[in-house]
Design a binder for this molecule. Structure first.
Ligand SMILES: [Zn+2]
Length: 60
């Protein structure tokens, strides 16, 4: 999957749902607001923690 580049040469990423810009650092492809809307705040936080811990281990 590729992303358009912004003027600094950084990859632009957008929320899958609302197209808001999201951080390149983000481990997810959607914004916090949409994530919480889809999963609820508690589940969303759990998903983020799992994604971040698996990224640190190099699983992604
Ligand atoms: Zn969104």
């Amino acid at each position: 999957m590729s992303y358009p580049l912004d003027k600094r040469g950084l990859k632009m990423r957008q929320c899958l749902y609302c197209k808001a810009n999201i951080s390149e650092e983000s481990v997810i492809d959607f914004c916090e607001r949409c994530g919480k809307g889809v999963w609820g705040e508690k589940m969303f936080n759990t998903i983020i923690e799992k994604m971040e811990s698996s990224r640190e281990k190099g699983d992604i």
